[in-house]
Design a protein around this ligand. Sequence first.
Ligand SMILES: NC(=O)c1ccc[n+]([C@@H]2O[C@H](COP(=O)([O-])OP(=O)(O)OC[C@H]3O[C@@H](n4cnc5c(N)ncnc54)[C@H](OP(=O)(O)O)[C@@H]3O)[C@@H](O)[C@H]2O)c1
Length: 244
Amino acid sequence: MKYILIIGAGSDVALPLEYLYAKAGYGLYLASRNIERLMRDADEIRRQCTTEAIAYHFDVRETASHQQFYDSLPQKPIGIICLAGTLGDQSKSEQKYFEAQEVMEANYTGLVSIVHIAAADFEKRKEGFIVGVSSVAGERGRKSNYIYASAKAGFSAFLSGLRNRLHQSHVQVLTVHPGYIRTKMIEGRETPGIITATPEEVARDIFTAQQSGKDFIYSKWFWRYIMLIFRIIPESSVKKLNFK
Ligand SMILES: NC(=O)c1ccc[n+]([C@@H]2O[C@H](COP(=O)([O-])OP(=O)(O)OC[C@H]3O[C@@H](n4cnc5c(N)ncnc54)[C@H](OP(=O)(O)O)[C@@H]3O)[C@@H](O)[C@H]2O)c1
């Protein structure tokens, strides 16, 4: 059986994605911090789908343990999907560096650590795939979220360089830029309903894009056009319009 390692398996997008892979016959390694929830999810996946699912406690920020964690997996995965992330609190991040550091580690540097380890393995085996869920936020910093946005920008740039490196080794690297998704990450925030995706829609976009060998997608698709416009607004206008 081929296994997929899900980093940030506690994400609301992770669960529907896990079912798509489980129903397609893949085994799952679910890695995140909320181990009780992961164990429940793994039990339910095993019950509903005829596949294997194993829960692991994993903290993206504890980079010193990543190699040992990867080496301890019973069978090396064929793919790694990174969904971990935190929005953090922008105003706290502006006042205390350690708040900003947590956001940068969970969304960027910690992911680089585990992805590099999987990438080295896939490169040697000349097979595998890496999916990194970044964000449209990384395409332009806004005053309300620029620490999170800068981490996402870093992660997207990392993935595009890695894609070029691993191309010769037949390893797929897929970058996902979602817009708003109705998950616990943005709970309590008002977002325009019409452009806010469900976790199931984003999971389906990720699964389809990965299975068809894509390099980069927006989820949902129309964010390509929203970002095209948003990126070309001059800085002077952004300042005047006082965008949040
Ligand atoms: N929701 C949106 O509007 C939106 C928009 C664009 C992009 N995204 C991105 O989509 C991805 C999935 O997010 P989501 O919307 O599904 O949010 P979510 O439900 O809050 O999921 C994020 C998960 O990341 C895990 N995580 C956070 N810090 C971690 C750490 N240090 N180590 C291990 N796991 C950690 C958490 O699980 P544990 O607590 O179990 O560790 C959490 O459940 C994220 O990368 C997010 O940035 C979301």
